[in-house]
Ligand binder design. Sequence first.
Ligand code: NAD
Length: 350
Amino acid sequence: MQLNVLDKMFNMDHEQVVFCNDKKTGLKAIIAIHNTNLGPALGGTRMWNYKSEIEAFDDVLRLSRGMSLKASISGLNLGGGKAVIIGDAKKDKSKILMKRFGDFVESLNGKYITAEDVGITTKDMEYVRSQTKHVTGIPENMGGSGDPSPVTAYGVYMGIKASAFFKWNNDNLEEKTVFVQGVGKVGQYLVKYLKNEGARVFINDIDEEKMQDVATKYQVEIAPKNIFDLNIDIFSPCALGAVLNPKLISKLKCKIIAGGANNQLENEKRDSLLLSKRNIIFAPDFLINAGGLINVYSELKGKSIKDSMKQTEEIYNTTLEIFERAKINDITSYEASLDIAEQRIYSKQA
Ligand code: NAD
Protein backbone atom coordinates (compact mmCIF):
# COMPACT_ATOMS: atom_id res chain seq x y z
CA MET A 1 0.00 0.00 0.00
CA GLN A 2 2.80 2.38 0.83
CA LEU A 3 4.32 2.05 -2.63
CA ASN A 4 0.94 2.75 -4.12
CA VAL A 5 0.71 5.97 -2.14
CA LEU A 6 4.17 7.08 -3.23
CA ASP A 7 3.46 6.16 -6.86
CA LYS A 8 0.37 8.32 -6.82
CA MET A 9 2.30 11.20 -5.33
CA PHE A 10 5.09 10.91 -7.90
CA ASN A 11 2.68 10.43 -10.82
CA MET A 12 0.91 13.70 -10.12
CA ASP A 13 4.26 15.29 -9.32
CA HIS A 14 3.57 16.49 -5.78
CA GLU A 15 6.36 18.21 -3.91
CA GLN A 16 5.39 17.20 -0.40
CA VAL A 17 2.58 15.41 1.41
CA VAL A 18 2.19 15.74 5.16
CA PHE A 19 0.23 13.18 7.16
CA CYS A 20 -1.03 14.66 10.42
CA ASN A 21 -2.00 12.44 13.31
CA ASP A 22 -2.96 13.39 16.85
CA LYS A 23 -4.53 10.73 19.05
CA LYS A 24 -5.51 13.14 21.79
CA THR A 25 -7.79 15.26 19.60
CA GLY A 26 -8.62 12.52 17.07
CA LEU A 27 -7.10 14.59 14.27
CA LYS A 28 -6.30 12.70 11.09
CA ALA A 29 -5.42 15.04 8.25
CA ILE A 30 -3.40 15.21 5.05
CA ILE A 31 -1.81 18.37 3.69
CA ALA A 32 -0.74 18.09 0.05
CA ILE A 33 1.63 20.60 -1.46
CA HIS A 34 1.58 20.12 -5.20
CA ASN A 35 4.00 22.77 -6.35
CA THR A 36 5.57 25.96 -5.01
CA ASN A 37 7.54 27.17 -8.06
CA LEU A 38 5.28 30.22 -8.40
CA GLY A 39 4.80 30.91 -4.69
CA PRO A 40 3.45 29.42 -1.46
CA ALA A 41 0.91 26.65 -1.91
CA LEU A 42 -2.57 28.02 -1.23
CA GLY A 43 -5.76 26.02 -0.93
CA GLY A 44 -8.59 25.39 1.49
CA THR A 45 -9.09 22.75 4.15
CA ARG A 46 -11.93 20.30 3.58
CA MET A 47 -13.46 18.12 6.28
CA TRP A 48 -15.25 15.11 4.85
CA ASN A 49 -16.36 11.71 6.04
CA TYR A 50 -14.26 9.78 3.51
CA LYS A 51 -14.99 6.09 3.07
CA SER A 52 -11.28 5.34 3.42
CA GLU A 53 -7.92 7.00 3.96
CA ILE A 54 -7.04 6.28 0.34
CA GLU A 55 -10.13 8.13 -0.85
CA ALA A 56 -9.03 11.13 1.24
CA PHE A 57 -5.50 10.85 -0.15
CA ASP A 58 -6.73 10.77 -3.76
CA ASP A 59 -8.96 13.75 -3.13
CA VAL A 60 -6.24 15.90 -1.60
CA LEU A 61 -3.80 15.06 -4.42
CA ARG A 62 -6.34 15.96 -7.12
CA LEU A 63 -7.53 19.13 -5.42
CA SER A 64 -4.04 20.45 -4.68
CA ARG A 65 -2.93 19.93 -8.29
CA GLY A 66 -6.06 21.78 -9.39
CA MET A 67 -5.02 24.71 -7.20
CA SER A 68 -1.59 24.87 -8.88
CA LEU A 69 -3.22 24.97 -12.31
CA LYS A 70 -5.80 27.55 -11.25
CA ALA A 71 -3.19 29.91 -9.78
CA SER A 72 -0.89 29.50 -12.74
CA ILE A 73 -3.42 30.12 -15.51
CA SER A 74 -4.71 33.16 -13.65
CA GLY A 75 -1.22 34.66 -13.57
CA LEU A 76 -0.99 34.55 -9.77
CA ASN A 77 2.28 34.00 -7.97
CA LEU A 78 0.94 31.15 -5.90
CA GLY A 79 1.47 27.43 -5.76
CA GLY A 80 -1.14 24.77 -5.23
CA GLY A 81 -2.01 23.04 -1.98
CA LYS A 82 -4.95 21.60 -0.18
CA ALA A 83 -5.70 19.92 3.14
CA VAL A 84 -8.28 17.34 4.11
CA ILE A 85 -9.37 16.43 7.61
CA ILE A 86 -10.82 12.94 7.77
CA GLY A 87 -14.06 12.83 9.74
CA ASP A 88 -17.66 13.87 10.01
CA ALA A 89 -17.74 17.67 10.27
CA LYS A 90 -20.99 17.48 12.25
CA LYS A 91 -19.77 14.95 14.83
CA ASP A 92 -16.00 14.81 14.95
CA LYS A 93 -15.00 18.46 14.82
CA SER A 94 -13.91 20.31 17.96
CA LYS A 95 -12.05 23.43 18.96
CA ILE A 96 -8.97 21.47 20.08
CA LEU A 97 -8.94 19.44 16.87
CA MET A 98 -8.96 22.59 14.73
CA LYS A 99 -6.25 24.17 16.90
CA ARG A 100 -4.09 21.07 16.54
CA PHE A 101 -4.58 21.24 12.80
CA GLY A 102 -3.42 24.88 13.01
CA ASP A 103 -0.19 23.67 14.67
CA PHE A 104 0.50 21.41 11.69
CA VAL A 105 -0.10 24.28 9.24
CA GLU A 106 2.27 26.45 11.30
CA SER A 107 4.95 23.74 11.20
CA LEU A 108 5.19 24.28 7.43
CA ASN A 109 6.37 27.87 7.99
CA GLY A 110 4.17 29.45 5.32
CA LYS A 111 4.91 26.96 2.58
CA TYR A 112 1.20 26.12 2.79
CA ILE A 113 -1.51 28.77 3.34
CA THR A 114 -4.93 27.48 4.25
CA ALA A 115 -8.53 28.73 3.91
CA GLU A 116 -12.10 27.49 4.34
CA ASP A 117 -13.52 24.71 2.20
CA VAL A 118 -16.36 22.20 2.41
CA GLY A 119 -17.19 21.23 6.01
CA ILE A 120 -15.20 24.08 7.57
CA THR A 121 -16.71 27.26 8.99
CA THR A 122 -15.38 30.72 9.69
CA LYS A 123 -15.40 29.87 13.41
CA ASP A 124 -13.20 26.80 12.76
CA MET A 125 -10.76 29.00 10.88
CA GLU A 126 -10.55 31.32 13.87
CA TYR A 127 -9.23 28.36 15.91
CA VAL A 128 -6.71 27.55 13.18
CA ARG A 129 -5.70 31.19 13.11
CA SER A 130 -5.01 31.17 16.84
CA GLN A 131 -2.11 28.80 16.07
CA THR A 132 -0.84 30.13 12.75
CA LYS A 133 -0.94 33.28 10.65
CA HIS A 134 -0.88 31.26 7.43
CA VAL A 135 -4.63 31.51 6.89
CA THR A 136 -6.55 33.52 4.33
CA GLY A 137 -10.16 34.18 3.30
CA ILE A 138 -10.73 36.02 6.57
CA PRO A 139 -14.17 37.61 7.22
CA GLU A 140 -14.63 41.22 6.18
CA ASN A 141 -15.28 42.35 9.77
CA MET A 142 -11.79 41.03 10.63
CA GLY A 143 -10.18 42.97 7.79
CA GLY A 144 -10.24 40.17 5.23
CA SER A 145 -11.88 39.77 1.82
CA GLY A 146 -14.81 37.68 3.08
CA ASP A 147 -16.79 35.09 1.12
CA PRO A 148 -15.08 34.51 -2.26
CA SER A 149 -18.22 33.05 -3.91
CA PRO A 150 -19.56 36.26 -5.52
CA VAL A 151 -16.21 36.78 -7.25
CA THR A 152 -16.08 33.13 -8.29
CA ALA A 153 -19.56 33.46 -9.80
CA TYR A 154 -18.51 36.61 -11.68
CA GLY A 155 -15.62 34.71 -13.25
CA VAL A 156 -17.90 31.85 -14.24
CA TYR A 157 -20.26 34.39 -15.80
CA MET A 158 -17.31 35.82 -17.78
CA GLY A 159 -16.41 32.29 -18.89
CA ILE A 160 -19.97 31.67 -20.06
CA LYS A 161 -20.05 34.92 -22.03
CA ALA A 162 -16.69 34.21 -23.67
CA SER A 163 -17.91 30.72 -24.64
CA ALA A 164 -21.06 32.25 -26.13
CA PHE A 165 -18.97 34.68 -28.14
CA PHE A 166 -16.80 31.87 -29.46
CA LYS A 167 -19.83 29.79 -30.40
CA TRP A 168 -22.25 32.40 -31.73
CA ASN A 169 -20.02 35.41 -32.37
CA ASN A 170 -22.17 37.29 -29.91
CA ASP A 171 -21.94 37.12 -26.14
CA ASN A 172 -25.43 38.36 -25.41
CA LEU A 173 -27.21 35.78 -23.28
CA GLU A 174 -30.68 37.25 -23.66
CA GLU A 175 -33.13 34.42 -24.27
CA LYS A 176 -30.41 31.79 -24.16
CA THR A 177 -31.42 28.79 -22.05
CA VAL A 178 -29.02 28.00 -19.22
CA PHE A 179 -29.20 25.10 -16.77
CA VAL A 180 -27.44 25.78 -13.46
CA GLN A 181 -26.87 22.54 -11.55
CA GLY A 182 -26.46 23.33 -7.85
CA VAL A 183 -27.60 26.65 -6.44
CA GLY A 184 -25.30 26.94 -3.44
CA LYS A 185 -23.12 29.98 -2.85
CA VAL A 186 -21.64 30.17 -6.37
CA GLY A 187 -24.74 28.94 -8.23
CA GLN A 188 -27.01 31.55 -6.68
CA TYR A 189 -24.81 34.51 -7.55
CA LEU A 190 -24.48 33.14 -11.07
CA VAL A 191 -28.26 32.82 -11.43
CA LYS A 192 -28.51 36.50 -10.53
CA TYR A 193 -26.08 37.55 -13.26
CA LEU A 194 -27.77 35.37 -15.86
CA LYS A 195 -31.24 36.51 -14.95
CA ASN A 196 -30.19 40.19 -15.04
CA GLU A 197 -29.06 39.66 -18.60
CA GLY A 198 -32.38 38.16 -19.63
CA ALA A 199 -31.36 34.51 -19.98
CA ARG A 200 -33.96 31.79 -19.45
CA VAL A 201 -32.58 29.98 -16.41
CA PHE A 202 -33.35 26.45 -15.20
CA ILE A 203 -32.02 25.27 -11.85
CA ASN A 204 -31.86 22.18 -9.72
CA ASP A 205 -30.39 21.22 -6.35
CA ILE A 206 -30.59 18.15 -4.15
CA ASP A 207 -31.59 20.54 -1.36
CA GLU A 208 -35.30 20.90 -2.19
CA GLU A 209 -35.90 23.86 0.11
CA LYS A 210 -32.95 25.84 -1.21
CA MET A 211 -34.02 25.12 -4.78
CA GLN A 212 -37.54 26.41 -4.15
CA ASP A 213 -36.20 29.53 -2.41
CA VAL A 214 -33.85 30.38 -5.28
CA ALA A 215 -36.57 29.74 -7.88
CA THR A 216 -38.88 32.17 -6.10
CA LYS A 217 -36.23 34.76 -5.31
CA TYR A 218 -34.89 35.05 -8.86
CA GLN A 219 -38.02 34.01 -10.76
CA VAL A 220 -36.30 31.09 -12.48
CA GLU A 221 -37.64 27.67 -13.45
CA ILE A 222 -36.96 24.38 -11.72
CA ALA A 223 -35.40 22.04 -14.27
CA PRO A 224 -37.52 19.07 -15.36
CA LYS A 225 -36.09 15.60 -14.68
CA ASN A 226 -35.32 15.16 -18.40
CA ILE A 227 -33.38 18.44 -18.67
CA PHE A 228 -30.51 16.72 -20.51
CA ASP A 229 -32.88 15.45 -23.21
CA LEU A 230 -33.91 19.04 -23.96
CA ASN A 231 -32.22 21.47 -26.32
CA ILE A 232 -30.68 23.83 -23.78
CA ASP A 233 -27.91 26.19 -24.88
CA ILE A 234 -25.63 26.15 -21.85
CA PHE A 235 -25.04 23.70 -19.02
CA SER A 236 -23.38 25.19 -15.94
CA PRO A 237 -22.29 22.60 -13.35
CA CYS A 238 -22.04 24.39 -9.99
CA ALA A 239 -22.44 21.46 -7.58
CA LEU A 240 -19.85 18.74 -7.16
CA GLY A 241 -17.08 17.39 -9.40
CA ALA A 242 -16.91 14.46 -11.87
CA VAL A 243 -20.37 15.14 -13.37
CA LEU A 244 -19.10 14.83 -16.92
CA ASN A 245 -18.73 11.16 -17.78
CA PRO A 246 -19.15 9.23 -21.05
CA LYS A 247 -22.77 8.31 -20.26
CA LEU A 248 -23.90 11.89 -19.68
CA ILE A 249 -21.76 13.32 -22.48
CA SER A 250 -23.36 10.94 -25.00
CA LYS A 251 -26.81 12.35 -24.31
CA LEU A 252 -26.06 16.06 -23.83
CA LYS A 253 -27.74 18.39 -26.30
CA CYS A 254 -26.25 21.65 -25.02
CA LYS A 255 -23.74 23.67 -27.04
CA ILE A 256 -21.63 24.94 -24.15
CA ILE A 257 -20.53 23.67 -20.73
CA ALA A 258 -19.19 26.32 -18.39
CA GLY A 259 -19.60 26.11 -14.64
CA GLY A 260 -18.07 26.73 -11.25
CA ALA A 261 -17.65 23.18 -9.89
CA ASN A 262 -14.10 21.91 -9.48
CA ASN A 263 -12.89 18.87 -11.47
CA GLN A 264 -16.00 18.49 -13.64
CA LEU A 265 -14.46 15.88 -15.95
CA GLU A 266 -14.49 12.38 -14.48
CA ASN A 267 -11.43 11.61 -16.62
CA GLU A 268 -9.73 14.73 -17.96
CA LYS A 269 -8.28 13.36 -21.18
CA ARG A 270 -11.04 10.94 -22.15
CA ASP A 271 -13.97 13.22 -21.37
CA SER A 272 -12.56 16.44 -22.84
CA LEU A 273 -12.00 14.52 -26.07
CA LEU A 274 -15.54 13.13 -26.03
CA LEU A 275 -16.94 16.65 -25.59
CA SER A 276 -14.81 17.96 -28.40
CA LYS A 277 -15.96 15.14 -30.71
CA ARG A 278 -19.55 16.07 -29.94
CA ASN A 279 -18.75 19.68 -30.78
CA ILE A 280 -19.64 20.87 -27.29
CA ILE A 281 -17.58 23.81 -26.11
CA PHE A 282 -16.05 23.18 -22.70
CA ALA A 283 -14.71 26.10 -20.67
CA PRO A 284 -12.06 24.55 -18.37
CA ASP A 285 -13.25 24.69 -14.77
CA PHE A 286 -9.94 25.62 -13.16
CA LEU A 287 -9.77 28.63 -15.46
CA ILE A 288 -13.26 30.08 -15.13
CA ASN A 289 -13.80 29.37 -11.42
CA ALA A 290 -10.58 31.13 -10.36
CA GLY A 291 -12.34 34.33 -9.19
CA GLY A 292 -12.38 33.19 -5.56
CA LEU A 293 -8.66 32.48 -5.60
CA ILE A 294 -7.99 35.84 -7.28
CA ASN A 295 -9.97 37.47 -4.45
CA VAL A 296 -7.99 35.68 -1.76
CA TYR A 297 -4.73 36.61 -3.50
CA SER A 298 -5.83 40.24 -3.48
CA GLU A 299 -6.38 39.92 0.27
CA LEU A 300 -2.82 38.65 0.72
CA LYS A 301 -1.46 41.52 -1.39
CA GLY A 302 -3.58 44.15 0.36
CA LYS A 303 -5.58 44.97 -2.78
CA SER A 304 -9.27 45.90 -2.95
CA ILE A 305 -12.33 43.94 -4.10
CA LYS A 306 -12.45 46.31 -7.08
CA ASP A 307 -9.00 45.03 -8.13
CA SER A 308 -10.07 41.41 -7.83
CA MET A 309 -13.22 42.01 -9.90
CA LYS A 310 -11.12 43.69 -12.58
CA GLN A 311 -8.68 40.81 -12.70
CA THR A 312 -11.53 38.30 -12.66
CA GLU A 313 -13.04 40.03 -15.67
CA GLU A 314 -9.90 39.01 -17.57
CA ILE A 315 -11.20 35.42 -17.45
CA TYR A 316 -13.27 36.43 -20.50
CA ASN A 317 -10.18 37.12 -22.61
CA THR A 318 -8.21 34.15 -21.30
CA THR A 319 -11.11 31.80 -22.08
CA LEU A 320 -11.25 33.10 -25.66
CA GLU A 321 -7.47 32.71 -26.02
CA ILE A 322 -7.73 29.10 -24.87
CA PHE A 323 -10.46 28.32 -27.41
CA GLU A 324 -8.44 29.90 -30.22
CA ARG A 325 -5.31 28.04 -29.20
CA ALA A 326 -7.21 24.75 -29.08
CA LYS A 327 -8.64 25.39 -32.55
CA ILE A 328 -5.29 26.31 -34.11
CA ASN A 329 -3.47 23.33 -32.57
CA ASP A 330 -6.35 20.89 -33.04
CA ILE A 331 -6.41 19.97 -29.37
CA THR A 332 -9.15 20.17 -26.75
CA SER A 333 -9.73 23.33 -24.73
CA TYR A 334 -8.76 21.35 -21.64
CA GLU A 335 -5.41 20.36 -23.13
CA ALA A 336 -4.80 23.95 -24.25
CA SER A 337 -5.43 25.32 -20.75
CA LEU A 338 -3.31 22.60 -19.17
CA ASP A 339 -0.41 23.44 -21.53
CA ILE A 340 -0.47 27.10 -20.57
CA ALA A 341 -0.80 26.44 -16.85
CA GLU A 342 1.96 23.81 -16.77
CA GLN A 343 4.29 25.86 -18.94
CA ARG A 344 4.19 28.74 -16.46
CA ILE A 345 4.68 26.44 -13.47
CA TYR A 346 7.55 24.40 -14.85
CA SER A 347 9.41 27.19 -16.66
CA LYS A 348 9.83 28.79 -13.23
CA GLN A 349 11.57 25.71 -11.89
CA ALA A 350 14.81 26.60 -10.13
P1 NAD B 1 -22.12 25.02 -1.87
O1 NAD B 1 -21.95 23.86 -0.97
O2 NAD B 1 -22.57 26.33 -1.32
O3 NAD B 1 -23.14 24.66 -3.05
C1 NAD B 1 -23.19 23.43 -3.70
C2 NAD B 1 -24.66 23.14 -3.97
O4 NAD B 1 -24.76 22.00 -4.80
C3 NAD B 1 -25.45 22.83 -2.69
O5 NAD B 1 -26.62 23.64 -2.65
C4 NAD B 1 -25.79 21.33 -2.83
O6 NAD B 1 -27.03 21.00 -2.25
C5 NAD B 1 -25.83 21.20 -4.34
N1 NAD B 1 -25.64 19.83 -4.85
C6 NAD B 1 -24.78 18.88 -4.42
N2 NAD B 1 -24.88 17.77 -5.19
C7 NAD B 1 -25.81 18.05 -6.14
C8 NAD B 1 -26.34 17.34 -7.23
N3 NAD B 1 -25.94 16.09 -7.52
N4 NAD B 1 -27.27 17.94 -8.01
C9 NAD B 1 -27.70 19.19 -7.76
N5 NAD B 1 -27.23 19.92 -6.72
C10 NAD B 1 -26.29 19.38 -5.93
O7 NAD B 1 -20.74 25.18 -2.64
P2 NAD B 1 -20.21 26.41 -3.50
O8 NAD B 1 -19.27 27.21 -2.67
O9 NAD B 1 -21.35 27.09 -4.19
O10 NAD B 1 -19.32 25.65 -4.57
C11 NAD B 1 -19.91 24.99 -5.67
C12 NAD B 1 -18.82 24.33 -6.50
O11 NAD B 1 -17.90 25.32 -6.95
C13 NAD B 1 -17.96 23.30 -5.74
O12 NAD B 1 -17.58 22.28 -6.63
C14 NAD B 1 -16.74 24.10 -5.32
O13 NAD B 1 -15.61 23.27 -5.12
C15 NAD B 1 -16.58 25.00 -6.52
N6 NAD B 1 -15.88 26.25 -6.24
C16 NAD B 1 -16.36 27.12 -5.34
C17 NAD B 1 -15.69 28.30 -5.10
C18 NAD B 1 -16.21 29.34 -4.15
O14 NAD B 1 -15.72 30.48 -4.16
N7 NAD B 1 -17.18 29.02 -3.31
C19 NAD B 1 -14.50 28.59 -5.81
C20 NAD B 1 -14.04 27.67 -6.78
C21 NAD B 1 -14.73 26.50 -6.97
